[in-house]
Design a binder for this molecule. Structure first.
Ligand code: 3HC
Length: 311
């Protein structure tokens, strides 16, 4: 019966076992996974835009090659995650429609502009650093395909973070103008990076259930705190100031205290009213429409030559 299947499912979750696509799962489990995995995939694809714009004007061939590799990795991360979502019975074309129609979200962080090449370094250091904080625990997510996609993505993400931090170290050894560029980028990306972890636990409709089903292994606030604790010493090593006067070590807690996050800004950005939302979606829609002929050609070829489904 349904009750027996549910009890068996819950016992497997409690026993920290992986749930695979062919296993029975509650409809709510499937739905929240499609939601989270699809939005994660959308984030990777939209995330290619702010940095992709800097490939043509990178300051050296080496920087251009590194940035090209990183942006290409993000596309691959999107593909792994759409493939993981498709094991739940959805189709990436349908997910892309939901993205461009605004029916599904992508990470708020990509709605901010990358104004100078220092932003490429700060995105690597802070945004990919926050992604690592959030994604390493997801390697132990209860849904098999998602957890396995995370293992590969986390390995590439650590290269992304390191290349960003190394770029900033170089710039901070540079001219006063280069140092000022780095500080300006840190000032613009610090708070939006904290928002990547989602709303406070008390205002997070999904966290309790996602933790119970071990889709998530840590809460939004715990991961945010972990990220702050990790970033403060790195900022000190870089010689930049994090734009939060309330940031202070709290020996009692064994963590850094930090100031209030502007949740009104967060709500505006995730409801479509951030600095770059319209541009990001317009470009994603245009890429999807301009790429239709490639999908049609690949599908025609696969049909003619009896191949499988195409992207
Ligand atoms: N940006 C956009 N939407 C966000 C958000 C953010 N930073 N944080 C929360 N939300 C949305 C949630 O999706 C949810 O809306 P929904 O019900 O319509 O999906 C709502 O706000 C309430 O948030 P909850 O905390 O209840 O939602 P979750 O439990 O899903 O937690 C999350 C949000 C922490 C982002 C979680 O979904 C998650 O861990 N996702 C996987 C990681 C991910 O998506 N990372 C994207 C970062 S970018 C990236 O990885 C690319 C790398 O190359 C930099």
């Amino acid at each position: 019966t349904e009750a027996e299947l549910d009890a068996y499912f819950e016992a497997r979750i409690a026993g920290d076992q992986r749930i695979e696509p062919r296993d029975w799962m509650p409809e709510g489990y499937r739905r929240t996974l499609v939601r989270q995995v699809a939005q994660h995939a959308h984030s990777e694809i939209i995330g290619m835009q702010p940095e992709g714009d800097w490939i043509a004007s990178a300051p050296s061939l080496q920087r251009k090659a590194i940035l090209l590799a990183k942006v290409q990795d993000e596309a691959g991360h999107g593909m792994y995650l759409y493939a993981a979502a498709e094991t739940l019975g959805v189709d990436r074309a349908e997910l892309t429609e939901r993205l461009v129609d605004g029916r599904q979200k992508y990470s708020s962080i990509f709605n901010y502009p990358a104004l100078s090449f220092a932003d490429v370094g700060v995105i690597g250091w802070l945004v990919d650093g926050a992604a690592i904080c959030n994604q390493v625990p997801l390697c132990r997510s209860s849904f098999g395909p998602y957890a396995r996609a995370m293992v590969r993505i986390c390995k590439e993400e650590s290269f992304h973070q390191r290349q960003g931090y190394e770029l900033l170290l170089r710039m901070m050894e540079g001219t006063p103008r280069q140092r000022a560029m780095v500080q300006d980028a840190v000032d613009r990306w610090w708070w939006p990076s904290l928002m990547m972890f989602g709303p406070p636990d008390a205002e997070s409709p999904n966290t309790r259930q996602s933790m119970a089903w071990r889709v998530k292994r840590d809460t939004n606030d715990d991961l945010r705190q972990r990220f702050v604790d990790m970033s403060v010493p790195q900022a000190r090593r870089l010689g930049v100031t994090l734009p939060d006067p309330d940031l202070a070590w709290n020996a009692e807690r064994g963590h850094y205290d930090f100031g209030p996050v502007d949740w009104a800004e967060f709500k505006r950005v995730i409801s479509g009213d951030g600095p770059c939302n319209a541009e990001r979606i317009a470009r994603r829609r245009a890429a999807h429409e301009n790429g239709a002929w490639v999908r049609e050609a690949a599908t025609a070829y696969a049909t003619k030559h009896g191949g499988g489904r195409t992207a």
